[in-house]
Each structure stands twice: as C-alpha cells, then as structure tokens.
Design a protein around this ligand. Structure first.
Ligand SMILES: Nc1ncnc2c1ncn2[C@@H]1O[C@H](COP(=O)(O)OP(=O)(O)OP(=O)(O)O)[C@@H](O)[C@H]1O
Ligand SMILES: [Mg+2]
Length: 422
C-alpha cells in the first residue's frame, strides 16, 4: 500500500570506526523528527575514521543499510553520510562581492558570489571542499551582520569557515556507500552532525565546543554566535583506551574492551582501592584479580592526554577564552564514568555529556551518545529541506526508481550555507 504523505524521507549513514548506523526518518506533522528504521552493524574495514579496506567496509555498510531498509520498509536510494579523519582540514577565509543592482538590496546571488570568492582560496592538490560555512557578514565595512539578505549597500564581505577533505579518502568512502546501492547525497563532517543533536541554541550562541569521542576519532566543532567557527578531527578515541588496557593487563582486545566498558573509570580519585574484578591474562592458567584503581590509572593517563590534545587544538584556534558554555561531550566513549570530570579539569571549562533525546519513532537503540552523529545526519537532512518526494531520496521497498543519481555535493556547500544562515 502506498503511503500518502508529502513528507520527505530522510536518510543518514554514520560510518564510524566501530559501528555503521543507517537511519531512515521523516519530519512528522508537527515538524519533529521521527525515526522510521535503523540498522546498526559493527564496523569493519575502518581505522581512525577512514576506510582501510573497501571490501570489508562496503559489506558492513550494505548490511546496515539492509537492516535499516527492512525495519523502515523503504528502499534507500540516497543518504547523507558522515565523514571524519585526520585528513580533514579547515581554514577561515574572507570573500567579497559587489552588491547587484536592482534596488532590492542583497540577494541570494550576492551572498553566493561572496562565498565563492571565500572558497577561491588555494586548495592544495588532491583536496576538495566539503563545507563552506558563513560565520559573519559585513556590508560596506559594517561588520557583525548575521543576515544580510535584503540589506542595501555596495560591498558584501563574508567570513567563512571552509572545511576540506583529502579526495582519495572521500572517493574510498563514496565507493563503499555506492557498493551498497546508495548514492551519497552529501557528506557531513561528524562533529557538525553531532552538534545538530547535542547543542542547545543558547550554547551555540554563548560559545561551546562539541567533543565527539568515538572509537577511532575525537571530533571537535566550536560554535560561537550561533554559528560554526572552527572544526577539527583528531585520530584518538576509545580504541586507544582499549589497547592501553590490553597492553597494561596483557589481555586480548575483546576482553580489554569488556573490562573497559564494565569496570572502566577515567577519574582514579573517584575509585575505591577496595574494588576489583577478575580477568584471564595471556600466560596465566586461571583468572587473576585486578584492582579497579589500577585500571582507572591506565585509562586516566590516556584520557588526560586526549584532552590535552583537545586543549591544544582549542587554544590554537584562539577561541579558548570565548567558550562560556563549555564542552559538550558525546560519542560512545563519553559514557566512560569520570570522563566528564577529567575533561572539565584539563580543559578548565564546564562540561556535560549529551545524547540524542526526545526522539520519536524507532528509538530504542538510538538513545545513547554513540548515536549523536547518526541522528545528527537526519537533522541535517531535515534542515537542508531536501524536500524529496517519497521515491526521491528513497523509495518504497519493491517500488521503482532509485536515488537522485547525483554524486556527492563536495564543493557545493551552498545548500549548507542556506541552512546555516542565522
Ligand atoms: N560504557 C562505555 N564506557 C566506555 N567506553 C564505551 C562505552 N560504550 C562504548 N564505549 C566505547 O565507545 C567507542 C565507540 O563509540 P562510537 O560508537 O561513538 O564510535 P564510532 O562512531 O564507531 O567511531 P568514530 O566516530 O571514532 O569513527 C568504542 O571505543 C567503545 O569501546
Ligand atoms: Mg562516530
């Protein structure tokens, strides 16, 4: 039976280092996001946020997509896909355009020309533009303008945040997603997708940094004055904690992972030295007792190092004094007890842990902070007002037609710009 609704179907695929999560959703009658289907699959062929084995990554993306299709009852044609990794770079740049005649003031064309000019920075060979995000405008030298549309003047300046990615990494991920029969509608940088879900409007206005700590990456985005001011992707994450535990306690990786999740703590001062647990290390005939405090000491050292890196990055941007709303931690690793305190102490900022909330629909397994990027992709799709009729982005399972037949919109950035306009 065909579903009678004009709501566009929203599809996101979060290709993480530890899991792939494909989500299908829609905007309901009251404008809220409703999840229609979800497919989560342990990731393979990924390392530190990038594809290292195309075949393995393609297989698990296809499996996640298949599960999402089955649970939603729709075939996925195109999707917004997350992107991260240390190959991501960002730069702030200015662009200028003359304001067109016609007496109607600044129009969309003028803004797009200014953004094009900002984008005309030298992009090194082998890199492509992922996002062009306007941070602020100036009209005839008057700066601090958030929404220049309709204003009169002669000269429009834009200050833009430009995010670029290494083409080869983008191509590899595109290949994997396409092998699953899905067209990449657009790539969205991980922390931008997460920011959609975990930050309040007030935090974005006041100044806050999103810190999404997953398995292989720590992704950062600084929001200020309601806009994205800076983004960074670091190649450290929860997997480093697991391998430290594996080394420190001489355990196989899967046992170390269980130990971390079941007994891990990032703030040793909160752990009583009477607590202990049993593990079976290499070279031992029977399980041995390990103090939880020893485990916390191993974890704490690495977590402090991770947040020192975050601090260094934030300081490098020069916005470290402009973040009164502090740090919002998310991603699977943010569930580690004590992490918030370490973050707060090292960064000397207020800190909270956040996850997608007030979701509607099939939400059972999407409540945790590991799903912020995944849900964020749907919010991104929603905000982009894809406005695809059913059968555009995706089709009723068993129906006709495929995706939009469009490649990734790298270098486009203007839809995103429209969406991000304050
Ligand atoms: N309760 C927990 N305590 C500590 N760590 C946890 C817990 N639950 C999950 N993790 C860790 O979270 C990480 C996975 O997080 P997430 O699902 O956000 O990563 P990802 O999106 O697959 O990877 P990335 O974004 O880095 O590419 C793993 O390292 C896992 O061990
Ligand atoms: Mg992730």
């Amino acid at each position: 039976m065909a579903i009678v609704t004009d709501n566009p179907l929203l599809v996101g695929i979060d290709v993480g280092t530890t899991k792939v999560c494909a989500l299908v959703g829609e905007t309901d009658e009251v404008g809220e996001l409703r999840i229609l289907g979800a497919g989560v699959e342990p990731a393979r062929g990924m390392r530190k946020g990038v594809v290292v084995n195309v075949e393995d990554a393609a297989t698990c993306i296809a499996a996640a997509v298949e599960k999402a299709q089955r649970s939603a009852g729709y075939e996925i044609g195109a999707a917004f896909v997350s992107l991260a990794g240390s190959h991501i770079a960002s730069v702030n740049s200015r662009g200028v355009s003359g304001i067109g005649g016609g007496g109607h003031g600044i129009d969309q064309d003028d803004i797009e020309r200014a953004l094009d000019a900002a984008q005309a920075i030298a992009i090194p060979h082998g890199r492509e533009v992922l996002h062009v995000i306007p941070r602020a405008f100036a009209v005839d030298g008057q700066d601090g303008i958030r929404q220049p549309l309709g204003m009169h003047g002669f000269r429009l300046e834009v200050e833009a945040h430009i995010i670029t990615a290494a083409s080869t990494f983008v191509q590899n991920l595109t290949k994997c997603v396409e092998a699953a029969g899905v067209t990449v509608e657009a790539f969205v940088l991980n922390p931008l997708a997460s920011g959609e879900v975990v930050l309040t409007e007030t935090e974005k206005e006041m100044g806050a940094v999103v810190c999404d700590i997953g398995g292989g990456t720590t992704d950062l985005a600084i929001f200020l004055d309601g806009n994205v001011w800076h983004t960074m992707c670091l190649s450290v994450g929860g997997n480093h904690l697991t391998s430290d535990i594996a080394q420190g306690l001489r355990l196989p990786a899967d046992s170390a992972e269980h130990v971390k999740v079941d007994y891990g703590h990032a703030y040793s001062r909160e752990v009583a030295n009477t607590e202990s647990f049993m593990v079976q290390p290499f070279g031992e005939d029977r399980p041995v007792q390990v103090s939880r405090l020893d485990l916390a000491t191993i974890i704490e050292a690495r977590v402090e190092e991770m947040f020192s890196l975050v601090l260094q990055e934030v300081k490098r941007t020069g916005y470290d004094g402009l973040l009164p709303a502090g740090v919002v931690l998310t991603g699977g690793t943010s569930q580690l007890p004590g992490l918030r305190r370490v973050a707060s102490e090292v960064l000397n900022l207020p800190c909270r842990v956040a996850a997608p909330n007030s979701l509607k629909g099939m939400v059972d397994k999407l409540q945790g902070p590991a799903f912020s990027t995944s849900v964020g992709l749907l919010r991104w799709a929603q905000n982009e007002s894809l406005a695809l009729p059913r059968g555009g982005s995706s089709k009723r399972r068993g129906g006709r037609g495929g995706g939009r037949g469009r490649g990734p919109n790298l270098g486009k950035g203007l839809d995103i710009f429209r969406r991000l306009l304050p």
